[in-house]
Design a protein around this ligand. Structure first.
Ligand code: TXA
Ligand code: MG
Length: 324
């Protein structure tokens, strides 16, 4: 299959929407990362996403909508869900809610669960594409399963060229880490995945403390630990480095450790927004260039556990966890 690169203009967006409507797979940029899109109501197209990514069928997908009204037509929204939508949509928040009685999202996309993950992404091109489609679009991150997520169109092609119909080039992603996922099915809201909306902002909006799942487990409680290795570059990753070995590349944050030949600074000034936006490009760069230079590992400096640091640390811990 030849993968087309579409430009972010009215013609590119119309073409992307037409391919999706016909059951094809189109990657597109959101404010978080690039997603691999398919018509959420088309079982065959949804199944093709799992095949293109090599994704386990038990791992459900997020459905993307042009508006909160469109999202809440598919799930049973609670008053809290509506409040969070007002505050954070469009934006990097995903809510897991019970499927509505007449939910049109393919059960393949929700892996047979009684719940569905929904979000209204920000970004002009993303919004234009979803409006042109007029149906919900499921989109996991547009990378082969288990690998580093893509934050620009070239990253998508590096992993999926020839396996998908097209990439809509929306430029680099503004946020750089995936959406925060909140589970709203139970009595207390649960932080299922830290992401682009900080825990602090979410707790403020909820007016309560969120429950946190155990670190290192995948977000599906029914499959603990099953997918804990994720976001993995080819080179092994070593966290909390306080010194760099000669055969290591360095992923720095703030003042870099001395002695590394190959390094990428997430943010020299220690800015967590900048660090999130540069995270996946940095892992990809150090992996490729480190491999070329015969280095054996990526050493990572400490990143603080607050604000966007929580999402950054989550991705780094998964990148460093034992591989299947
Ligand atoms: O920012 C994002 O969320 C990006 C962009 C493309 O929107 N998408 C993304 O999708 O990160 P993906 O597939 O890489 O991650 C989706 C996560 C998975 O960990 C999945 O287990 C979880 O959402 N998820 C989806 N439906 C769920 C459900 N019903 N219950 C619990 N977790 C769910
Ligand atoms: Mg992903």
């Amino acid at each position: 299959m030849h993968t087309r690169l579409l430009h972010n203009d009215p013609q590119g967006i119309a073409t992307a929407a037409a391919i999706l409507r016909a059951g094809g797979l189109v990657a597109f940029g959101t404010e978080t990362v690039y997603g691999l899109g398919a018509d959420a109501g088309n079982d065959t197209a949804v199944a093709a996403i799992y095949a293109a990514k090599g994704r386990p069928g038990i791992n459900p997908l997020i459905s993307h909508f042009a508006s909160a009204d469109a999202a809440f037509a598919q799930v049973a929204a609670t008053p809290l869900a509506r409040r969070l939508a007002e505050r954070f949509w469009p934006g990097p928040l995903t809510m897991v809610l019970p499927r509505a009685a007449h939910c049109g999202i393919s059960p393949i996309a929700t892996a047979g669960l009684p719940t569905a993950a929904v979000r209204v992404p920000a970004g002009d091109a993303t919004q234009a594409l979803l409006a042109a489609c007029g149906f919900p679009v499921v989109a996991p991150s547009a990378n082969p399963s288990g690998r580093v997520s893509p934050s620009d169109a070239q990253h998508v092609l590096a992993g999926l060229d020839g396996r998908i119909d097209a990439v809509l080039d929306c430029g680099p992603c503004r946020v750089g880490v995936e959406s925060t996922i909140i589970g709203l099915g139970g009595d207390t809201p649960v932080l299922l995945r830290p992401g682009g909306i900080t825990l602090e902002a979410l707790e403020d909006a909820c007016g309560m403390t969120l429950a946190l799942p155990a670190r290192g487990n995948d977000v599906r409680p029914s499959a603990p630990g099953q997918l804990s290795s994720h976001y993995a570059p080819g080179l092994p990753v070593r966290l909390e480095a306080t010194a760099v070995e000669p055969d290591e590349a360095l992923l720095a944050f703030g003042p870099p450790l001395p002695g590394s030949g190959l390094s990428w600074n997430l943010s020299a000034t220690g800015d967590l927004h900048e660090a999130a936006a540069r995270l996946f490009a940095g892992l990809r760069f150090l992996d490729m260039e480190g491999h070329r230079r015969g280095l054996v590992r990526i050493a990572v400096q400490h990143v603080p556990e607050h604000g966007l640091g929580r999402a950054i640390r989550d991705r780094l811990i998964r990148a460093a966890s034992p591989r299947a």
